[in-house]
Design a protein around this ligand. Structure first.
Ligand code: UFG
Length: 317
């Protein structure tokens, strides 16, 4: 298939683009490089440096589907700059959907998030559970999911939203590499690499066994594989939503312990106040995608995710 991957110079988009190429698809990456890296675009993909609001020109060349990753994706930043999140994530995606309709491209796989659920009433979270985001990031992604449902009904769009929980690990040389790093595992590994003295633990007074937030980590290679299944499952007139996690939660302190084991570094921690917008516990049920699309995580152990991230981060970028 001829596929447009928006945000294909970012962490997850580049891994999906690489897997699509391995499967023999023709891939064009569209990325404005505001947070992505040109050298993350896999060899073999065409590259267009542009914003999603300018996707019309590229799409008019004729594509079978779009895999849409380009977005602002930091919970903390979204609380500080909500307008940025609404304009990029909702405004940008609506412009992309409009351009797709004009170009007659009617299939999309959308990068949604566990942040759409907010503070869950129960865990593991099911796709049918209430969506009450606790930050503008989750709210903007939820708004896109709502638009996709409407567009599927109105215009016959075939859409699949994948609600990621916490993505970790690396795929060969493709790894997480943000200019301003806010994510837990890369920040911990920076300590082991000697780039930071300690890692801050944001909040130790949450209602969890050790007082730190619990998250569900999924390996980026497994997550990427789900996009290929989702692409095949895009059915005109339908919008499907699937969670993607491993079903097991790890607290911030437990993640630090696993990183200590993998790296052999003591990794000192500093207790810091809670980060606003963070729910206490986010753990997914991924039973639906396993049942309906046959997705099966091959690297469900947090240790393996950390080990792959560690190996990739000790190589030059
Ligand atoms: N944390 C720290 N110290 C750090 C970084 C993070 O204690 O230096 C804590 C956070 O407060 C949070 C946990 O580690 O409790 C995980 O934080 P991340 O920033 O790694 O990830 P988030 O859970 O905030 O967000 C990620 C993605 C979102 C997605 C969400 C869903 O970035 O896109 O997972 O679970 F919505």
């Amino acid at each position: 298939m001829k596929l447009l991957v928006t945000g294909g110079a970012g962490y997850i988009g580049s891994v999906v683009a690489a897997q699509l190429l391995e499967e023999g698809h023709e891939v064009t990456v569209l990325d404005d490089l505001s947070t992505g890296h040109a050298d993350a675009v896999p060899p073999g993909a065409a590259f267009v440096q542009a914003s999603i609001t300018e996707a019309g020109g590229v799409l008019s060349e004729g594509f079978d589907a779009v895999l849409h990753f380009a977005a602002k994706s930091l919970v903390g930043e979204s609380v500080e700059k909500p307008g940025l999140y609404w304009s990029h994530n909702l405004g940008g995606t609506l412009a992309l959907l409009d351009a797709m309709r004009q170009a007659g491209v009617n299939r999309i796989v959308f990068s949604s998030t566990a942040a759409t659920y907010g503070e869950p009433e129960r865990t593991p979270i099911l796709e049918t559970d209430p969506t009450r985001p606790t930050n503008p990031y989750g709210a903007s992604k939820l708004a896109v999911d709502t638009a996709l449902t409407a567009f599927a009904g109105l215009y016959g769009l075939g859409a699949v939203s994948l609600r990621y929980f916490n993505v970790a690990g690396a795929y060969g040389e493709f790894r997480e590499r943000h200019t301003v790093e806010t994510h837990l595992i890369p920040n911990i590994l920076k300590v082991a690499l000697g780039e930071r003295e300690s890692v801050s633990v944001f909040g130790t007074d949450y209602p969890t066994p050790d007082g730190t937030c619990i998250r569900d980590y999924v390996h980026v290679a497994d997550l990427a594989r789900a996009h290929l299944l989702a692409l095949d499952a895009c059915t005109p007139g339908e919008h499907r939503i699937y969670n993607l996690g491993s079903g097991t939660g790890f607290s911030v302190k437990e993640v630090v312990d696993v990183c200590r084991e993998v790296t052999g570094h003591p990794i000192p921690i500093t207790v810091a106040p809670r980060r606003s917008g963070d729910p206490a516990v986010l753990v997914a049920s991924s039973e639906k995608i396993q049942r309906e699309l046959g997705w099966k995580p091959a690297h469900a152990m947090l240790r393996d995710m950390v080990a792959d991230a560690w190996t990739a981060s000790t190589k030059p970028a």
